[in-house]
Design a protein around this ligand. Structure first.
Ligand code: ADP
Ligand code: MG
Length: 497
């Protein structure tokens, strides 16, 4: 730091009860004085005639061009007032010359204590003719300080000029150092804050990336499962068709055979009248008894019907699975009610042991949507409902209820899935849609169900999803899917509905 870079504070206060001292010091520090001339001469003797040049023309003690701003106080209290006013005006003094004895008021030590209470940076020169206090006593009172010098009376003007010059520089340097340190401190704090913010941003970006990757993995898994499901459904379809055809054939053929058997039985009754055929008739009667023919008559058609019902059911499930896992990238107009029926069929295994399902699906228009993905949403909600009910019923046999309702409201299909589970605890309600938030053990929950549901409903369909939950009574999820079908005519029709 050079003088050019920093502003030198040349404000000085003299606290002395003797007016002559004030005059003397002012004279010494005034523009051109005998003292400064003498000082210049002395300096030239010591350092050579050009010594002043190295300091931009300024000499070591101050030069005639230096102007000090000097204020006077004649008592300690008055000095304090001046120093306080200077601090308040943000024009502090750099140096105070303080007399040791100033009757009737405070002595020098008391004055200095008070001055430092007001301004800790003030450089102080104690002026004393003789020592009222020893140096060690001064140190004890004021503490060891680098802001304190002693000037013995009578003064040497050169010493006064040097002290003023050096101490004003020292004060200004210290002020500059403090300023730069606090700048540095602020800079470090700012940069630390920037770094912390950058770190937090990075952390949240990494978390977001992980979430997206996990969702992608899940989506890929779902797609793979979907494709697998569609493949299996396709494979099952063919054999189930010929099982169905064969059962139809058997059922028809059975009827015909039974008609024929009845005709044979009539013939048998006629033969029974003729004694010559007794042996044959008895053998046939015995066989009829062994076979329990009446039972067969009754049960064979029933078995065929049962088989056909089973086949119909499998065909329904297969169809639902195929539609459910329909990958379609394009939105299509689909019947939400049908989607719900399919989902309930596919998910039956998830709820049938814990809940009975009540449906109330009112006629609503087709909605433009991704049927496969909406099916996924309904599945997630139905599975959650089943889990919630299983949690309250525990191992007991009692079952709960899952109510599935639809209706139309302001251009949207409204789907409600309500369960009679234990409700969502209040303290986790704000988190259930967060990715990976789950209260279920590993393997049962991934915490992705509602996060994925929200993304599909809100982001992909411009709809909304929310819930109402009452502790101990259950939870109702409400989904709104705008139809939008009217806006885009000629939409490809989904196979469903
Ligand atoms: N119908 C419900 N009843 C009670 N709690 C529910 C219900 N649906 C969701 N939750 C709570 O929300 C959490 C997050 O659900 P979800 O995102 O589907 O993840 P997961 O089912 O894999 O835990 C669940 O773990 C559960 O605590
Ligand atoms: Mg879930």
């Amino acid at each position: 730091m050079t003088d050019d870079e920093i502003h030198i504070n040349r404000r000085i206060v003299i606290v002395d009860d003797m007016a002559s001292i004030h005059e003397d010091i002012r004279k010494v520090l005034g523009p051109t004085t005998a003292a400064t001339d003498e000082l210049d001469a002395l300096e030239a003797d010591l350092f050579g005639p050009d010594s002043g040049e190295s300091n931009g023309g300024d000499t070591a003690h101050g030069s005639s061009s230096i102007v000090y701003e000097i204020d006077s106080a004649f008592q300690g209290e008055e000095g304090c007032k001046l120093v306080q006013a200077a601090v308040d005006a943000e024009r502090p003094y750099a140096v105070a010359f303080v007399d040791m004895r100033m009757p009737p008021g405070w002595d020098g030590l008391k004055t200095i204590e008070e001055l430092w209470r007001i301004d800790r940076a003030l450089q102080v020169v104690i002026c004393s003719a003789y020592s009222d206090h020893s140096w060690s006593e001064i140190m004890q009172r004021l503490g060891s300080s680098d802001r304190l010098l002693i000037l013995k009376k009578p003064f040497d003007p050169v010493e006064v000029a040097q002290l003023a010059h050096t101490l004003t520089h020292k004060w200004s340097m210290q002020r500059e150092v403090t300023r730069r340190l606090s700048d540095l401190d602020r800079l470090v704090r700012e940069q630390t804050t920037d770094l912390r913010l950058a770190h937090e941003k990075l952390k949240s970006e990494v978390a977001e990336r992980e979430r997206i990757e996990e969702e992608l993995r899940l989506a890929q898994k779902l797609e793979a499962v979907g494709q697998l499901g569609a493949g299996i459904a396709h494979e099952i379809n063919t054999p189930i068709q010929f099982i169905g055809d064969s059962l139809h054939f058997l059922s028809d053929a059975c009827g015909d055979v039974q008609t024929l058997v009845r005709a044979y039985q009539e013939a048998l009754a006629a033969l029974e009248q003729d004694e010559r055929h007794h042996a044959l008739v008895n053998r046939i009667r015995q066989q009829e008894e062994d076979l329990d023919l009446d039972y067969l008559h009754e049960q064979i058609p029933k078995a065929c019907t049962r088989g056909l019902t089973g086949v119909e059911r499998v065909t329904g499930i297969v169809r639902a699975m195929k539609e459910f896992s329909h990958p379609g990238r394009e939105k299509v107009a689909a019947n939400i009610n049908e989607l719900l029926r399919n989902t309930l069929m596919v998910a039956e295994n998830e709820y049938k042991y814990v809940a009975k399902v009540e449906t109330n699906l009112t006629d609503i228009p087709f909605a433009l949507c991704h049927p496969g993905e909406l099916g996924q949403v309904f599945l997630n909600l139905i599975v959650n409902a089943a889990h919630a009910i299983a949690d309250v019923s525990g191992d007991s046999e009692s079952t709960g209820t899952i109510a599935v309702r639809t209706h139309e409201e302001e251009g949207a299909a409204v789907v409600q899935i309500a369960d009679s589970g234990g409700g969502i605890p209040e303290d986790i309600r704000h988190r259930v849609f967060d990715p990976f938030f789950t209260t279920k053990e590993v393997g049962k929950g991934t915490g992705q169900g509602l996060a994925v549901a929200r993304r599909i409903v809100v982001e992909k369909h411009g709809g909304s999803i929310g819930f109402k939950s009452i502790k101990g009574e259950g939870t109702t999820f409400t989904i709104r899917i705008p139809f939008r079908a009217k806006e885009t005519p000629n939409i490809p029709q989904a196979a469903i509905g």
